[in-house]
Design a binder for this molecule. Structure first.
Ligand SMILES: O=C(O)COP(=O)(O)O
Length: 263
């Protein structure tokens, strides 16, 4: 029997729909230089590469300048991967900044960049192959509601989707502005009557968090194999009975049966 598809598809943005890695590094570097004004504005060689490699530890924007701090302080990658939730709060305390100050600085640098050079800002993003076509198809599907749940500010998401020719309904976008964890949004959608919610996210820790919540036991969990996660996290998803490792090819398929197929 064919597996029924979702009645609500909840999609993360950065690392599932859009690859914003290069932009995030550049914006975070600008923010870093503003927060620590003694910094040479030219990033030392190798910093960007380490930032790309360590991106999977990050949940949201305020952590980005602190990740740069950790890199510049030569903290080993293994320690950052193993201890980031604790380490980021230690770095935060030492920095003397609040999470709000870090967020405002990162988003402020992004706003300034957009203001100064919108084409340049858009050009450092890349939508993953086939994703815009899938979003269009789901938007036109009466049996299915597709929503985006992201820790990015909504205005940036709408700007990027607009550039790709997609007018995304504001009601189907839950950005950082709503100030609640993704798990709360999923719980609200369940409470609104959706029965088969599938959540696609590239951050393994976020899926693990949802997995542990008794109220969200019915939510289907998919790790986007093409996003910001490590080989070890993809392996853990492959060995997990609930979290499924989703290849980009299956994500682009109109047949939801392919999402469940074992590779
Ligand atoms: O851009 C961010 O801060 C992270 O965004 P995401 O929740 O869409 O992965």
């Amino acid at each position: 029997m064919a597996t029924p598809g979702p009645d609500l598809l909840a999609l993360d943005f950065d690392g599932v729909i859009c690859d914003g890695l290069k932009e995030y590094f550049q914006t975070s570097w600008l923010a870093y230089c503003k927060l620590w004004p003694d910094t040479d504005p030219v990033a030392p060689a190798g910093v960007a590469e380490r930032f790309y490699q360590l991106r999977p530890v990050i949940e949201t924007g305020w952590e980005m300048p602190l990740l740069l701090r950790a890199i510049l302080e030569k903290i080993e990658s293994e320690r950052i991967f193993a201890e980031w939730p604790t380490l980021s709060h230690q770095l935060l305390a030492i920095s003397g900044f609040s999470t709000q100050q870090l967020t405002t600085t990162v988003d402020g640098m992004r706003d300034e960049w957009i203001e100064r050079d919108l084409p340049g800002w858009l050009a450092v993003h890349r939508f993953y192959p086939g994703v815009i076509e899938s979003l269009r198809r789901w938007e036109g599907d009466a049996q299915l509601r597709a929503v985006i749940i992201t820790t990015k500010a909504s205005r940036f998401v709408l700007e990027l989707l607009g550039q790709a020719g997609l007018v995304w309904p504001a009601a189907d976008l839950f950005g950082k502005d709503i100030r609640q964890p993704k798990s709360h949004t999923l719980a609200q959608l369940l409470a609104a009557g959706y029965r088969r919610i599938w959540f696609v996210e590239d951050r393994f820790a976020t899926l693990r968090g949802v997995q542990q919540l008794p109220d969200l036991q019915t939510v289907g969990l998919f790790l986007a194999a093409w996003g910001y996660n490590t080989a070890s996290e993809r392996q853990q998803a492959e060995n997990d009975s609930r979290i499924r490792l989703l290849p980009l090819r299956a994500f682009g398929s109109a047949d939801f049966g392919e999402w469940q197929a074992v590779d």
